[in-house]
Design a protein around this ligand. Structure first.
Ligand SMILES: [Zn+2]
Length: 143
């Protein structure tokens, strides 16, 4: 437990848990981007995926599947699942240095799509051959 971490202290205590698992818990994101925006959070204070034990990883994946299914059946046509690692950002209401996954109900032309798509779409570019070869050498299993 980290006393300055909201996921170890305040958020964990004040929020009604959607799921209180053995290693993970599921709560509403507050603040949230859209209704049904959920967080899956390890009970241990960890920063990165690699720090999770095999048992924690298994429960994490099970919960992502379980709650994605609930979202798709009851809330929206689509669902984004994402996780960010940004050690260069200070803790705030929208960025907590305690590993967590976001589950975000999505629909065609929803508010997030309208806000992000005009910025996001132009950032996609064709993958240059040189870049592909250089990064393949760095990241492939043969490296
Ligand atoms: Zn924490």
């Amino acid at each position: 437990m980290n006393q300055s971490c909201p996921f170890c202290t305040t958020e964990r205590k004040k929020q009604k848990m959607l799921k209180d698992g053995k290693y993970m818990y599921v709560i509403f994101s507050n603040p949230r981007i859209m209704p049904g925006h959920l967080l899956v959070i390890p009970k241990r204070h960890v920063m990165r995926l690699i720090e999770l034990t095999k048992e924690e990883r298994d429960e994490l994946l099970d919960l992502l599947i379980e709650f994605e299914e609930k979202i798709l059946q009851k809330l929206s046509a689509g669902c984004d699942i994402r996780q960010n690692y940004k050690p260069y950002v200070e803790n705030s209401r929208t960025s907590v240095k305690h590993f967590h996954f976001h589950l975000q109900p999505r629909d065609l032309n929803d508010e997030l799509h309208r806000a992000v798509e005009p910025v996001h779409k132009p950032l996609y570019r064709d993958l240059p051959e040189e870049e592909k070869e250089r990064l393949f050498k760095l990241l492939s299993n043969d490296a």
